[in-house]
Design a binder for this molecule. Structure first.
Ligand code: HEM
Length: 521
């Protein structure tokens, strides 16, 4: 073809020669532009699906799902949710670039968080301001520290023992809703650890249950909410029309009022408390008491902790700690019901460690290596879907520019199920975690269910102590069967569309109590 073209050029009249030259130059320029377009020009925006005015790519996200869009557009994708630009990062290496190399750590706030936290001082949603630093330090070194988590064993132990008793009383053969049961368990453990057990309601209703409900209500408040202001800021006024603002403010006020009552009660009790060895002395180790005590002792930074600061920390614990642990317990039981040979193997381990004892101690759990692998595998498949960050000043990732003001979504689910990193990624294979390289410290490129960088979850110890202990008890004292003749292969394992880390169809299982030593049967 080239020879033909040269021949044409030399043999043709001048006008034709110049036209051909022009064509040739245009062709070369076109090829050059095409080649450049295939390579991301440093600093160009990531590839993007076409979008509609106003809603952006929301319809494609709902219709196709995040994973399909990521697979189509590659490891860095730019979407618009309404008018908000969102960069989706689906590679572990690039995710670390965002959180560690570029140290992007703000998470961004939502309307619900701004109202709930009276303007935005909290741990989950606030940027890295002084309050974030103070409350993070308080969590890591006191409230959620390994020592405190250990001291809270009595809460986990009592709440799980209550549950075991309840399930036994339920009688053999009846299916129970594990979703509801485990959410209640998660909320009572977290609310008791955080608020203790002093009386606030004054009614006959179980105080703990009131607080558990409070914890669940808080979690729903932020998770199940669609605000126009968050996605299409120009339509902020629609939230007024739909009554969303009013409802949010009312719920926030109610939550704050209950928490203030709890704080009052703790403050009243605390002065009388110091030398008292009363029956509820253990519950005085709750987070509220620890915060009040540190403030009273004038620990640096905490001497001026306000009611609003304490409310924010308590609500953060509810938001971050209740639904996440309940979902982890539910998915673990679902995967075990779906994989009877794994259920059998882990039950054998748990029962052989516990032996003839009537209770499971923390020291027993540390010997249950396979149980730990089961939970790690559950968190790989069903753990967090995305982790959000806010890009405050523009950065370049994988050759693409992530513009200031955009959100970055680290696509954890995609990374946790990447066939390049995991053998048979959609199968539940706990044995892969016998490899000690995987932990919860955010050090691995393809496994980080508790996050990465400076905003990594400070509740890992608390969460694992709760989930491992509860699941070990359920496996030790009961066999579990699927109800209504459902076969293991028929069990519905779909995650909810709004948040796939929650099971769309609540898990129902039939407990079959196994004989156990007397003290807790
Ligand atoms: C299985 C249970 C849990 C899972 C899978 C989980 C996972 C996560 C993840 C992925 C993040 C975001 C990390 C990041 O952005 O890099 C996070 C943040 C957080 N989690 Fe957890 N979490 C769990 C339980 C808990 C518990 C029990 C608590 C407290 C009682 C807690 C408190 C927090 C807090 C306060 C943050 C925000 C930290 C910050 O922004 O500085 N989490 N968690």
């Amino acid at each position: 073809m080239a020879a033909g073209l040269i021949h044409t050029l030399t043999e043709s009249p001048p006008i034709l020669v110049s036209t051909s030259l022009l064509l040739l130059c245009s062709l070369v320029a076109l090829l050059f532009t095409y080649a450049r377009a295939r390579r991301p020009a440093r600093g160009s925006l990531p590839p993007s699906p076409w979008r509609l005015p106003l809603i952006g790519n929301l319809h494609q996200l709902i219709d196709k799902g995040l994973q399909a869009l990521s697979q189509k557009y590659g490891p860095v994708l730019l979407m618009h949710l309404g008018s908000v630009p969102v960069c989706v990062i689906s590679s572990g290496e690039l995710a670390r670039d965002v959180t560690n190399t570029h140290d992007v750590s703000d998470r961004g706030s939502t309307k619900a968080s701004r109202i709930l936290f009276s303007g935005g001082n909290d741990l989950l949603f606030a940027p890295e301001n002084n309050f974030w630093r103070l409350s993070r330090k308080l969590c890591v070194s006191a409230l959620l520290s390994p020592t405190n988590v250990q001291a809270m064993f009595f809460v986990r132990d009592e709440e799980v023992a209550k549950l075991v008793k309840l399930i036994r009383a339920n009688g053999s053969g009846k299916a129970i809703d594990m979703s509801e049961t485990l959410l209640k368990l998660g909320s009572s453990i977290v609310s008791r650890a955080v608020l203790g057990q002093t009386k606030v309601s004054g009614s006959a209703e179980d105080d703990n249950e009131v607080r558990g409900k409070l914890a669940i209500q808080t979690a729903h408040l932020v998770a199940d909410l669609f605000s126009f202001e968050d996605f299409i800021p120009a339509l902020w006024w629609v939230d007024h029309l739909t009554g969303l603002n009013r409802r949010l403010k009312k719920t926030a006020q109610e939550l704050h009022a209950v928490l203030d009552q709890v704080f009052d009660e703790h403050e009243r009790n605390q002065s009388a408390d110091d030398d008292d060895d009363g029956p509820d002395k253990n519950d005085r180790k709750c987070f509220v008491n620890i915060m009040l005590e540190l403030r009273r002792k004038g620990v640096i930074g905490l001497e001026s902790l306000t009611r609003s600061d304490m409310r924010a920390i308590v609500l953060d614990m509810f938001l971050a700690g209740v639904a996440s642990t309940a979902a982890s317990m539910e998915w673990t039981m679902a995967e075990l019901a779906k994989n009877p040979s794994i259920m059998k193997k882990v039950q054998e381990e748990v029962r052989s460690v516990v032996g003839g004892k009537s209770e499971i101690q923390e020291s027993d759990i540390s010997q249950m290596k396979y149980l730990k692998c089961v939970i790690k595998e559950e968190l790989r498949i069903h753990g967090p879907i995305i982790m959000g960050r806010k890009i405050t000043s523009s950065i370049t990732i994988g050759g693409f520019k992530l513009p200031a003001g955009a959100s970055a979504w680290i696509n954890v689910q995609n990374i946790h199920r990447d066939p390049a990193a995991w053998d048979r990624p959609s199968e539940f294979i706990p044995e892969r975690f016998l490899d000690a390289r995987y932990n919860y410290k955010g050090q691995d490129q393809v496994y980080f269910p508790f996050g990465l960088g400076r905003r990594i979850c400070p509740g890992v110890e608390f969460a694992m102590a709760e989930v491992e202990h509860a699941v070990a008890n359920l496996l030790c004292w009961f066999d579990w069967e699927l109800p209504d003749g459902i076969g293991a292969e028929e069990l519905d394992m779909r995650g909810s569309t709004s948040d796939p880390s929650y099971k769309i169809i609540p898990l129902r299982l039939v407990p079959v109590p196994v004989p156990k030593p007397a003290s807790r049967s």
